[in-house]
Design a protein around this ligand. Structure first.
Ligand code: SF4
Ligand code: SF4
Length: 361
């Protein structure tokens, strides 16, 4: 497996792109009322095709974490080819693919092709689950979603046994509509066979507005405490890639910091978005993160050279704006890098790391 060790100098230098999020399509077969993406489709413009994506990936260099998003990523029929292009050109340590699980016939074969084609990357597939049974369908406004998600889960399980690099987990969006049912959801996921991780994402949107879309922060804190208890218990859910235990330690700190961010209404840590992270949407616009609507440029205008966009004057002014504006958010993906690449956090990381036990596979 590719090792994350070579990215350690970037902890101090912050001089290269490490985490790349690619919103590969805005198409989706679900209609979640809380979705921040399909309701705001940019895409009257044509999606980047495989050739354009391949050329863009060639400009990127090595990546620690390649994260696909959307839309439903598995609706792109060329998904396996796209991942293969990044695997060839960027040797990602971790490749994450979220899915709503609605189309097992598309998801299972592509998941197998991706896992087999990226043997040295940890391929993490996250199935969304926001409630148990009919609750999930109601919350997502998508009848039959729960059954389909479970069908997908059952289809992924045997792949995990065939491909050591494949890891499967569940992601739950914490929101007003399910904040009273988190214990039930966590209990259900704890019993889900072969589930390696359960992540909780606070609903997107500016937490300053309407206290994070009407969530009860006390209930979020109780969920954070429950997950911490479970992770430090006898059957912890944890990835099995190199330094996975460190990632779990970071998860614990991340949830506490997200709670404090929303409670205090301010950023708790320096944000490295636009310095070591970048986001590209399906039509090639590049952003520092997926919250700020501050494009740095478009790869179609730069000969598919994303690093040219990243080092442009427009990108510099976006970074300056981030530094001066003290914007803040609760977006988990940025807490990952903001914690792991901040030496000031290492005391807390070591403490949490020591409190965790490594599970067997
Ligand atoms: S499945 Fe994901 S992308 Fe699709 S509507 Fe729901 S939240 Fe949005
Ligand atoms: S704090 Fe949040 S909104 Fe601001 S730049 Fe970082 S990731 Fe983006």
């Amino acid at each position: 497996m590719y090792s994350p060790i070579k990215y350690i100098p970037a902890v101090f230098l912050k001089n290269r792109l490490l985490q790349f999020t690619f919103f590969i399509t805005s198409r989706c077969n679900a209609r979640c009322p809380f979705c921040f993406y399909w309701q705001d489709r940019h895409s009257r413009r044509r999606e980047l095709d495989l050739d354009e994506i391949e050329k863009t990936s060639r400009s990127l260099g090595g990546l620690l974490w390649l994260l696909f998003s959307g839309g439903e990523v598995f609706l792109r029929q060329d998904l396996a080819d796209i991942v293969a292009a990044f695997y060839r050109n960027n040797r990602p340590v971790i490749i994450t693919l979220p899915t709503n699980g609605l189309a097992p016939d598309l998801i299972i074969p592509q998941a197998e092709e991706i896992a087999a084609g990226s043997p040295n990357s940890a391929v993490v597939i996250k199935v969304s689950l926001d409630g148990v049974g009919a609750d999930h369908d109601r919350i997502r406004n998508t009848p039959g979603n729960f059954d389909k998600a479970m069908e997908t889960w059952e289809g992924l399980r045997p792949l995990r046994r065939r491909h050591q690099n494949l890891q499967i987990g569940i992601n739950t969006v914490f929101m007003r509509e399910n904040q009273d049912n988190l214990d039930e959801i966590i209990d259900f996921v704890n019993e889900l066979p072969d589930c390696e991780t359960h992540t909780i994402s606070l609903i997107r949107g500016n937490p300053a507005g309407d206290n994070g879309k009407g969530i009860d922060l006390g209930k979020y804190l109780r969920t954070v405490e429950r997950l911490e208890q479970d992770l430090k218990g006898h059957r912890p859910k944890m990835y099995h890639f190199t330094l996975a235990r460190l990632k779990s330690a970071q998860d614990l700190i991340q949830r506490q910091l997200i709670y404090e961010t929303v409670r205090q209404g301010r950023r708790q840590l320096p944000c490295y978005a636009g310095r070591i992270t970048a986001v590209m949407n399906e039509v090639g616009d590049v952003f520092p993160c997926e919250i700020l609507d501050c494009p740095m440029g478009n790869v179609r205008d730069s000969g598919y050279d994303l690093m040219k966009v990243f080092s442009s004057a427009a990108a510099d002014s976006v970074r300056a704006k981030i530094n001066s504006s003290r914007c803040y958010c609760s977006h988990e993906c940025y807490f990952v890098t903001n914690i792991l690449f901040n030496p000031m956090m290492y005391g807390r990381l070591i403490k949490q790391f020591a409190a965790l036990r490594q599970p067997g596979r």
